[in-house]
Design a protein. Structure first.
Length: 269
């Protein structure tokens, strides 16, 4: 019978191999920890950005809601420094308005009518458009009572009389008697939203360039030099499989000239 002899040390892993595996494990754990920390920082930054955007939305909504200061403070406290859906804020403002209307309904004293201001149908249509789009009303129109619109479709139909959506203007069917056209009122409301939003962003520090660039207003019709800094005029065409080249970014001086246009149509008899 043959006896098998096992060499001494057979089956043992060298010490340097164990050390290499330990070092690799440590490096992997450190890399995983770094990745988790980076993801946590990115998630925190994204959350802070959403919170800031929500606060800006709160301020713009309150500016358009015309609520008393106490009610505005209540809304700010409820939605302060949190992330929320726009519908939640809209429901809260609507609820506060309903409570205020119910609380003040009994205190209204009916008496002889008094003319405090005169508003045209154009004023009423513009105020209704501002309320619909969430834009601040024009100065002096804050207390004007208007019928709330259900949507842009209703505004279009009431202004143009185009209830069958043929793309025409039907004065006999238009219920908003106004000389202002539909695109003009919408344009006015959207412009006010843009201006109001920039004011809010400026207060939040977004318009940082105001601190490092001068601002001036032209007082004449002479050509005004302007400079486009750090712009890319157009992107070059890249062929399929081609290489993306570095874009040249620099200053582009231009001159804006004022030009008069005009003419007349001769009348013939």
């Amino acid at each position: 019978m043959t006896e098998t002899v096992t060499p001494v040390g057979a089956g043992l892993v060298p010490a340097h191999s164990l050390q290499s595996e330990a070092d690799a494990t440590s490096k992997l754990a450190a890399e995983q920890a770094r990745i988790r920390a980076t993801m946590a920082e990115e998630a925190k930054a994204a959350h802070e950005l959403r919170v800031q955007m929500c606060q800006q939305f709160v301020e713009s909504s309150l500016a358009a809601a015309n609520l008393p200061k106490t009610a505005q403070d209540q809304i700010r406290k409820q939605f302060g420094n949190i992330v929320f859906e726009p519908s939640e804020l809209s429901d809260a403002i609507t609820s506060v308005k309903a409570v205020i209307a119910e609380a003040t309904a009994g205190s209204i004293i009916q008496g002889p009518g008094r003319i405090s201001a005169m508003f045209s149908s154009r004023d009423q249509a513009q105020a209704a458009t501002d309320d619909l789009l969430g834009a601040p009303r024009e100065k002096g129109m804050e207390g004007l009572k208007v019928h709330p619109l259900s949507g842009i479709r209703e505004l279009y139909m009431l202004t143009t009389g185009d209830f069958e959506l043929h793309g025409g203007y039907y004065p006999s069917q238009a219920q908003l008697a106004t000389t202002a056209d539909f695109p003009g009122m919408v344009k006015n409301a959207l412009n006010k939203i843009v201006v109001n939003t920039w004011d809010i962003l400026g207060k939040a520090g977004y318009t940082w360039w105001d601190k490092i660039t001068p601002s001036s207003t032209s007082t004449g019709c002479k050509p005004s030099p302007v400079f486009l800094v750090g712009t890319v005029g157009s992107l070059p065409v890249v062929a399929e499989g081609g290489e993306y080249t570095e874009l040249a970014v620099g200053d582009n001086p231009e001159t804006a000239s004022f030009v008069k246009y005009g003419g007349y149509i001769p009348l013939t008899t």
